[in-house]
Design a protein around this ligand. Structure first.
Ligand code: CA
Length: 234
């Protein structure tokens, strides 16, 4: 399973370092930023499973960031972490779309428990796919367990890699998957690896599963970002 990716937005170095250390120990992948600007940049270019957000940042107020992220990612779990413990602050954080709230100083155990709870509840933290699953879309039937597909163009024997890639698309139906994320989760490559491999791969999937591969209805290009799988053709 892919390691959950946490965006940590925290400008106090000693707190951030302690959290990064412990989150990595728990098996999470952590991207740490110290400003609102850096958080916005990271949010645009990467995909996260959960956000830990400090409210008092040098260039932004966390509440504004929280609302922005909530608009862009309605299901993304957001945990607010702050020295502001007043009820009013807690309420405005929750109003801005945060899922949970922890006041500094907090216990590390409680922090980790809440984080695991949020991920468990989150629909975004699912096993990559269910191997038993037979998936139907358009005129295609894909058997992930046996790596077989029935398509308008005939029966196809899928490779392991094709199966893995399809499973990721199916599990994240309707979501834009960045190139980095696809490369990493299907190939296990570093994000900066040559990405033409990925494009060629998508061409192949379209040839298998699209009625007209030149005008894809299911495996869509999201310009400048990556790809998105749509179950129902539009
Ligand atoms: Ca701060």
């Amino acid at each position: 399973m892919k390691r959950p990716h946490i965006l940590l937005i925290e400008d106090e170095t000693h707190i951030a370092q302690g959290l990064i250390f412990n989150l990595e120990l728990e098996g999470f992948r952590v991207t740490h930023v110290e400003t609102g600007a850096a958080a916005r940049q990271a949010f645009r270019s990467q995909t996260f499973d959960l956000v830990v957000l400090d409210l008092m940042l040098p260039d932004s107020h966390g509440i504004d960031l929280c609302s922005e992220m909530r608009q862009l990612a309605p299901k993304l779990p957001i945990l607010i972490l702050t020295a502001l413990g007043k009820e009013l602050d807690r309420i405005s954080g929750l109003k801005a779309g945060a899922d949970d709230y922890l006041t500094k100083p907090f216990s590390l155990d409680e922090f980790l428990l809440r984080l695991h709870g949020m991920l468990r509840r989150s629909a975004w933290y699912q096993p990559a796919y269910n191997k038993e699953e037979v998936y139907n879309f358009g005129s295609n039937r894909v058997d992930l367990k046996n790596l077989q597909a029935t398509t308008a163009h005939g029966n196809i024997r899928l490779t392991e890699l094709e199966g893995r890639m399809l499973a990721i698309f199916f599990a994240k139906e309707g979501e834009t998957l960045t190139r980095a994320e696809l490369l990493e989760s299907a190939w296990g490559m570093a994000a900066d690896t040559e990405t033409r491999t990925l494009d060629n791969f998508i061409v192949r999937l379209r040839r298998y599963f699209e009625d007209n591969p030149a005008h894809p209805q299911h495996f869509l290009t999201v310009r400048g970002r990556g790809y998105r799988f749509i179950k129902e053709s539009g």
